[in-house]
Structure formats: C-alpha cells, structure tokens
Design a protein around this ligand. Sequence first.
Ligand SMILES: Nc1ncnc2c1ncn2[C@@H]1O[C@H](COP(=O)(O)OP(=O)(O)OP(=O)(O)O)[C@@H](O)[C@H]1O
Ligand SMILES: O=c1[nH]c(=O)c2[nH+]cn([C@@H]3O[C@H](COP(=O)(O)O)[C@@H](O)[C@H]3O)c2[nH]1
Ligand SMILES: NC(=O)CC[C@H](N)C(=O)O
Ligand SMILES: [Mg+2]
Length: 512
Amino acid sequence: MNQEMILILDFGGQYNQLIARRVREHHVYCEIMPWKKSLEEIKAKNPKGIIFTGGPNSVYDDASPKVDSALFALGVPILGICYGCQLMAYTLGGKVGHAAELSEYGKAEVAFDTTSKLLKGIGANEICWMSHTDYVTELPEGFRIIGKTPTCPAAAIECEAKGFYGVQFHPEVNHTPKGSALIKNFLFEVCGCKGDWTMTNYIEDQIKKIREQVGDGKALCALSGGVDSSVVAALVSKAIGKQLTCVFVDHGLMRKNEGDEVEQIFDGYFDSHFVRANAQERFLSKLKGVTDPEQKRKIIGAEFIRVFEDEARKIGKVDYLVQGTIYPDIIESGLGDSAVIKSHHNVGGLPSVVDFEELIEPLRLLFKDEVRQMGLELGLPEYLVYRQPFPGPGLGVRVIGEVTEDKVAILQDADAIFREEIAKAGLDRDINQYFAVITDVRSVGVMGDFRTYDYTIALRGVTTTDFMTADWARIPYEVLDKVSTRIVNEVKHVNRIVYDITSKPPATIEFE
Ligand SMILES: Nc1ncnc2c1ncn2[C@@H]1O[C@H](COP(=O)(O)OP(=O)(O)OP(=O)(O)O)[C@@H](O)[C@H]1O
Ligand SMILES: O=c1[nH]c(=O)c2[nH+]cn([C@@H]3O[C@H](COP(=O)(O)O)[C@@H](O)[C@H]3O)c2[nH]1
Ligand SMILES: NC(=O)CC[C@H](N)C(=O)O
Ligand SMILES: [Mg+2]
C-alpha cells in the first residue's frame, strides 16, 4: 500500500483504539504498533507522522517503555499524548515530575495559545479530559508552551520547527470536545496529509494484494454467514473467483432455518465455489451426554476442525486459508502492551491443524463498522451486513446442559419468535444482540386445566458497543408480553419465560 499513513506507537494506553478511530475518521490510514518495534521497522512503514499514545508508566522509571532517540531525527512529525508527551519531553532533554497532590482526572479547562498550527480553529479556553499524575516540569530546548491549566503548566507544548507536539490531555476521547479537531490539525496542518484513505481505495489495494499472493493457487474460506466471514468471502471471491471455495459447516446448532438460508444466499452468490457440509449428526453424537460448558465448547471447536479437514481433502491441495479476523480480534488477543481480554473458543484453531501454507486476512486492520462499510461497498445486502453477531458454537452454548435434538428444536422455535417480535417492534438495530436460551430447568405450570412440567426459556437482550461490557436492554413490557404469550402458545414443552436483567460484568452475554 503506498497511500499516506500515520503510525501509532502503543505505550499501553487504554484509548489506543480510539486514537486509531479518530485518525481514520479523517480519511487518513493508520496502524498501531507496539513501542518495542525497532527504528528500522518504524522507518520501513514510511509514516507521514507518528503518534505516541498514553500509558500507565512513568518515564523516570528505568523499566518504563522508551524510544530510540534517533526517531526524533527522521524528520517525521510527532504528536505525544499524555505518557507520549512526557516521553518526548524526557527523551529530548526536558524534565518530568511527579506530583501526587496535583493528579488530574477528568475534565479541565485548558487555556490555549491559538497561534499554534495544532490549535487552528480551536478556542482560547476549551474543556479537555485529563488522566495523569506526572507532568512536564521543564521543556526541552526549542519547545514552547501552547496550553496550560492552573495545575498543569505544560498541558500542551510544541517545537514547530521540527513538527513535535505534545498534549497532556487525551484528544481521542469524546470528553475532549475539540480533540478530533486537534488530531485533524496534526494530520493536515502539521503532517501535510491529504486524506486519501477511502474504502474504495482500500478494497482495490486488497484485491491486488490477494491476487499477487495467491497467484494460481487455491484458497479456502470458512463461511458462517456472519458479517466478518461474509465480507471477507465477498472480497476474496472478487479477487480470485473460482480459485476460492467457501465452506459452510452446518453443525445443526444454527438458528431456525439458518442453515438453509445461508445455503440459499451463498450457493452461487459469489463467483466462487460453495460447499455446505451437513454435519448435524456428527456434532450431536459427539455432544451426547456432555453437560460441562467448557467441554461442550471444546468438542464443538474440535469437530469444526475435523469437518473442515474432510472438506479440504475433497478439494485437493489448498494453499491458502482465508479468515475474517478483524482488528478488535487482534487487539483483544493482546497486541503490544494492552491486556488480554478473553480468548473465545471458536474456529481460530483451524490453521494449525489443516495444512495451509499461508493465511489471508484482509480485514485484520479494520474495525467492525469499517468491515460493514466494506460489505456495503462490495454490494452485500444490508440485512447481511447489519446482522447481530452469532457465536461459532451456535446454539450449543444456548442449550444449557446436554444438547439434544429436542431441546435444540424447542430453542430454535422460541428464538425465532423472539427475533421476529423484536424486528416487528423496530428494535433490531437498537438492541445489539438478542436471543433465547433454553435453560435446563423444568417447572410446574397449568395449561387448559392440565398440569404441565416443562422447560423455562430465558430471553436475553443487550446493548453494547464492543461486546466486552454490556447492559441488559430495556425492552418494553408490551413487547416482552407479546413474546412470552406467543412462545408458550406456539412452542410445545415450554411453560415459563424469564428475562435476563444482568449486565456484563458480572454476567457474560452468552449463558455458557
Ligand atoms: N458454521 C460455520 N461454518 C464455517 N465457518 C464458521 C462457522 N461458524 C464460524 N465460522 C468461522 O469462524 C469465524 C469466527 O466466527 P465469528 O462468529 O467470530 O465471525 P462471523 O460469523 O464471520 O461474524 P459475526 O461476528 O458477525 O458472527 C468466522 O469468520 C468463520 O470463518
Ligand atoms: O465467534 C464466537 N465464538 C465463540 O466461541 C463465542 N463465545 C461468545 N461469543 C460472542 O462474543 C460476544 C461476547 O460473549 P460473552 O460475553 O458471552 O463472552 C457475544 O457477542 C457472543 O455471542 C463468541 N463468538
Ligand atoms: N494516561 C497516561 O498516559 C498517564 C501517564 C503517566 N503514567 C501519568 O500518570 O502521568
Ligand atoms: Mg458468527
């Protein structure tokens, strides 16, 4: 890719993803790189500008992350944020102090010197969001102060001649209303970016790259019908057409009619081969008698791989495996110094087992909303692009206890009614994920003067942006009432409906 790019050096701050989002919002491409990368690797990226992120450490600790001072001699503009600002000042010969009594957390009004390029169009007094204890006490040579608060004398600094800027506050968060404007100024006024990052260009670049990589080889794509794998299949099929085979594994744990729907949509949809592997019985027999959630997940994950291997063998020699890995997947798996959040047991284990030479992951640097945008540009219909996520293990983690054909069928019917009513009420875009769960609890009911002893269905609906934390959705009572009435009337062996009102944490989104 030869378009202009900004490099974000990650020092372990909590908002690093947000910095990347803010930069890309201005149509400038950027990548996050761990601070440990060598000067050579940084130079090889040929960045138009570098942003140092915040971080939990203090620069005067010997063990804290540092940068090669030669970085400052590359002639590339640098913006340091919080720890990044302190690190820049420290490395260039300034001083950084610690003042526990002067810690600033939250909003502060910063008085700016608006003659600075970085502050073009920004007011003389603006609210900015702070989160620090250390601060720059002595500027390096050639620097001047362009922003201060009563407690922080160097809230913003610059060395215009070299294109070095530092801010003690966090311009990337929404609590700094003019933060986006400041980042824009850094990109356009300081680094001279043009803003040439568009999804159309990115798609073209990726298609070219994939063609070069694959040559006349063959590739395989695990296609679930979910957003990420659908978009990646659309992209790769545009690049290499018939050299790609998409394999959809129907494990019998899909939502009602979903297996047929996926087949209907994707068989012949792309210019590639499509295979539906009907593996319902294989999965069910492996899951017989198993009740432990982790064991269920492991069995499903392993069986996925077996099915996949079988399909790969039928196709012959396959050199490449296409995956819909997206940026948050990578960040959550512990890129740089950010903490590992959770490794879900899904089909991520495929490449180590099946013999592929290389992975193709063209979405690995995109955020979910960018993936959706790509899907739309590639012509995928909105209902596919805006689907709610559906976990790889499927209903296997929504049937509590042993998975049986009967319980799966009851759950599919109840879940279909719930989803139908949510859509009818126009709530499907507001609630980020919603589904039914069949609990392993049976209880006594009375229906038509008879005693029943049947299952309890739990409904779950959450609002979330990142799926790492979530709140339970305030679904209107009338909608819940309708769903409840319909399920107990239309689905046999269900006599009780409950609604889950826990957030994550302490609960998780899925029950298992
Ligand atoms: N039933 C399936 N058949 C084939 N591949 C699958 C199946 N379920 C999951 N996968 C593979 O596992 C990957 C991870 O699943 P994941 O649910 O995270 O992504 P997705 O289904 O593509 O998108 P979404 O997050 O919207 O559900 C998928 O991209 C796909 O490659
Ligand atoms: O592809 C997947 N494979 C899995 O094994 C898996 N487990 C949970 N999820 C989805 O991840 C999000 C967070 O789920 P939890 O709060 O239950 O951990 C929610 O969106 C879940 O649906 C999975 N996705
Ligand atoms: N948010 C940050 O980057 C904090 C930097 C440094 N640890 C401080 O306390 O000042
Ligand atoms: Mg999925």
